[in-house]
Write a protein that binds this ligand. Structure first.
Ligand code: ADP
Ligand code: MG
Length: 391
């Protein structure tokens, strides 16, 4: 069915044989104008639209399509769509359509890595009503569904994290009872020992009891810290000067930093705007990122901390000249229990991510195996938070 009503142009086209040269000229001009209008409309559509032939050669592409697949206008007319999406030829073969008059309409979700990493939903539809002797053509429609994918992925991640945490919290809580019981029994043994005559053996046992008591207290500490870390506390928002909090967090690890031959470089913006945040949570986040930076440097190196702001956000960048993060690990950094360290527990970055999220902020990673890693913590400024809440 035609999508537009029959225009004056169509009327004139019907009588083309009767037209003189000046009328023909007007007609061509009108055609050119109509074509220009359609082109403009196609170029402002967000969806990528292409026309390909049976071999896959791209005969038309609108701006969005060019941007999505990295096609230059020079390549239109010669490049094949399959060159941009080689995986597709394994599951879609449009050449089969040549001798068929069947309806051809396929859709796929694909991942594009160049020029940008995107998820795209692709439809290929045979253009109907083509003349018999005309080469078959197909319309390809590309919708960018990256944002949709990311939101779904984030939802799944959040669910996963909550489930794991709930489970871990349950186990940690259960450990409290046996630990209490062991502490009480150790105290009993100690008392019974005092009632017995002192011997050499006596001292040895006492020493062992002391070691056990210390280890139990360490275990108790680990569990208490863990439960504290994962407790889903609502942030206690207060006006906060990030520079002060940052300096306190650095001070906290100063001994370890200088002990490990690490040079600390600070580039602090003195007029950093106030943010609305929970002091303890922010300290916890900074502590974790700084600790990781420290641990990534094996011999000697630099940790560079920079603060800056723009109209909307305040940024803290913590960069290190350490080991860097392998490309395939970047996606796992915020997963609970992901660690590449022998003694790591893999909860630090998950907690940082949650804290940033609870503050309406974000965390960015940029890493390079030979140069190191930069974590960027982005906080909304106080005025922006208020606006967000109001809206
Ligand atoms: P943990 O430090 O206990 O391993 P985290 O959640 O803090 O757990 O970090 C998870 C993983 O992320 C680390 O094991 C490490 O592989 C990687 N990572 C985090 N920060 C850095 C960094 N600054 N440099 C290199 N790798 C890092
Ligand atoms: Mg860590």
């Amino acid at each position: 069915m035609p999508l537009r009503k029959i225009s004056a142009l169509d009327n004139v086209l019907g009588k083309i044989d009767d037209l003189d040269s000046s009328n023909l000229q007007t007609l061509v001009q009108r055609l050119a104008r109509e074509r220009k209008l359609l082109e403009t409309v196609f170029n402002i559509i967000h969806e990528g639209i292409l026309v390909i032939n049976l071999k896959g050669t791209i005969e038309y592409a609108n701006s969005a399509a060019c941007q999505l697949i990295g096609l230059s206008s020079k390549q239109i007319g010669s490049a094949s769509l399959w060159k941009f999406m080689p995986d597709l030829t394994r599951t879609i073969d449009i050449s089969e359509y040549e001798n068929e008059q069947n309806f051809f309409d396929v859709s796929r979700e694909i991942e594009i890595n160049y020029p940008k990493h995107r998820f795209v939903r692709l439809y290929i539809v045979a253009i109907p009503n083509q003349q018999k002797d005309e080469e078959k053509k197909f319309s390809v429609i590309l919708s960018d569904i990256t944002q949709e994918k990311i939101s779904t992925q984030q939802m799944i991640e959040n669910e996963k994290v909550s489930t794991v945490l709930l489970l871990a919290a349950g186990v940690a809580h259960e450990l409290g009872n046996p630990i209490n019981s062991m502490t009480i029994h150790l105290q009993l043994i100690e008392r019974q020992l005092e009632a017995i005559e002192e011997t050499n053996e006596h001292n040895k046992i006492k020493k062992s009891i002391k070691i056990c008591a210390n280890e139990i207290s360490r275990l108790d500490n680990i569990i208490t810290n863990f439960l504290q870390a994962i407790r889903p506390t609502l942030p206690d928002f207060q006006d906060l000067d990030l520079t002060t909090i940052l300096k306190e967090s650095i001070e906290f690890q100063k001994v370890e930093i200088s002990g490990a031959n690490i040079t600390l470089e600070l580039d602090i913006d003195k007029s950093l705007p106030v943010i609305s945040a929970d002091q303890n949570l922010i300290k916890q986040a900074l502590f974790n990122v700084l600790k990781n930076a420290r641990e990534a440097i094996s011999k000697e190196g630099i940790i560079k901390i920079q603060t800056r702001s723009d109209d909307e956000f305040v940024f803290i960048e913590i960069g290190d000249s350490g080991s860097g993060i392998k490309k395939e690990h970047i996606g796992n950094i915020f997963q609970p229990y992901f660690t590449t360290k022998n003694e790591g527990h893999g909860l630090g970055m998950m907690i940082v991510n949650r804290i940033m999220h609870d503050h309406g902020g974000q965390i960015g990673i940029s890493s390079n195996i030979s140069h190191g890693t930069v974590f960027t913590l982005q906080f909304p400024q106080k005025h922006r938070r208020v606006r967000l809440l109001n809206s």
